[in-house]
Design a protein around this ligand. Structure first.
Ligand SMILES: *Cc1c(COP(=O)(O)O)cnc(C)c1O
Length: 402
């Protein structure tokens, strides 16, 4: 039996079966490459759903983490530490907000944003207590907590997990008119992803984000963007809202903020909104710990020093253009922005999974999303030669008989 087999069996025997991984067992990673326990090499084109924008084990991020580990790792927020403030300043300045509220995972940051928005709705906007609603989009993915799955349109994400949290309304994604119709005098705000990553790399029509910004201003409600996947360079800008100058009132970040080594998430807003959070309102034992803050600082530094957003834009354009030249009988559409790219397989071919499995045997790691879409989202440090290496293999898989 291969060593891979042993590890897979072990996980299957002792781990809850809430995932169905592509059958490779990884042991080592460096940059855009990973190796499995048999020593086979793969190009990582999933990047842990964009958490690895900096690549695996970026030396600068590892070094910052190592140095911090030697000094202080955890204090809880019962005390100050000498790293958090520097992280908050850096993040607030690059993103252009007054305040940062640090958390750990993406779902926690989304929950935090919802709490801030609701409290703002009652304390600042004067909506009668607990009658407020927040409007979300069909096909959304914001995480897995009970409140968040309460407003998912994905049946499986909810099935068996009720009763659900009330206070959300759903409208079709990309449809400003539907959004406008859904707004009423109890509406606190809007929460959407600038591009729906898990929803199948769904890109809204041009102008959508800007129109939402306008709508929120007109109605005096909060615009919230979940940029956990699209933020920090992925789409070819530092944040995806920058494509349309549609700066949200509340910005939610996660994934790549942790530099691929540690969970770091955050919610950003200006003082007139963030002021509703007062001591005792909210918290997290690990949120904002010195190790997380050191990693966060390094991940922002690397992002800027290596100009990863611009790399994503240039290489993403190149990658998508080359993909579009592949004349495959299976492909319905190639789409993307920056290095967030989706290849939608025609319905009649039974999903994207088998293409991802084939790609894995050829040394390319990707994952199907929303059943019919292959997502390519390599680390933003990828080089053109590596994209060419991938294109050769992708072309083969998309052309050969099933
Ligand atoms: C991954 C993701 C989340 C959830 O983040 P976790 O760290 O897995 O909790 C939320 N929103 C978006 C858009 C995501 O891509």
């Amino acid at each position: 039996m291969e060593l891979s087999e042993v590890h897979m069996k072990l996980e299957k025997r002792y781990g809850a079966h809430n995932y169905e991984p592509i059958p490779v067992v990884l042991e080592r990673g460096e940059g855009v490459w990973v190796w499995d326990v048999e020593g086979r090499k793969y190009l990582d084109m999933l990047s842990s759903y964009s958490a690895l924008n900096h690549g695996h084990r970026h030396p600068k991020i590892l070094n910052a983490m190592r140095l911090q580990m030697e000094k202080l790792t955890l204090t809880s927020r019962a005390f100050y530490n000498d790293v958090l403030g520097r992280f908050e300043k850096k993040l607030a300045e690059i993103a252009g907000y007054d305040k940062v509220l640090p958390m750990n995972t993406g779902a926690e940051a989304v929950e935090t944003a919802l709490k801030i928005a609701r409290k703002w709705g009652y304390y600042e906007k004067g909506i009668p207590r607990y009658e407020g609603n927040i409007i979300v989009a069909e096909g959304n993915f914001h995480g897995r907590t009970i409140t968040i799955v309460s407003f998912s349109s994905e049946e499986q994400y909810k099935d068996g997990f009720g009763p659900f949290t009330p206070g959300f309304k759903m409208v079709p994604y990309g449809d400003v008119e539907a959004m406008e119709k859904a707004v009423n005098d109890r509406t606190i705000g809007i929460l959407v992803e600038p591009i729906q990553g898990e929803g199948g790399v769904r890109i809204p029509p041009d102008g959508y984000l800007k129109e939402l910004r306008k709508l929120a201003d007109e109605k005096g409600i909060l615009l919230m963007f979940d940029e956990i996947q699209t933020g920090l360079g992925r789409t070819g800008k530092l944040f995806a809202w920058m494509w349309e100058e549609a700066k949200p009132d509340i910005l939610i970040l996660g994934k790549a903020l942790g530099g691929g080594v540690y969970p770091v998430s955050a919610v950003l807003a200006d003082d007139h909104i963030m002021k509703v959070m007062t001591p005792g309102d909210h918290g997290s034992t690990f949120g904002g710990n010195p190790l997380a803050a050191a990693v966060g600082i390094a991940s922002i530094d690397v992002l800027l020093e290596e100009d990863l957003p611009e790399r994503a834009r240039k290489l993403g354009d190149y990658f998508l253009n080359e993909l579009k030249k592949i004349d495959s009988p299976y492909v319905k559409e190639y789409r993307g922005k920056g290095l967030l790219i989706g290849v939608e397989i025609k319905d009649e071919y039974g999903g994207a999974r088998k293409f991802c499995e084939k790609l894995a045997t050829m040394g390319i790691l990707s994952k199907e999303t929303h059943d019919t879409v292959i997502r390519f989202a390599p680390p933003l440090i990828i080089r053109k030669e590596e994209i060419d290496w991938a294109l050769e293999r992708i072309e083969k898989v998309l052309k050969e008989p099933l």
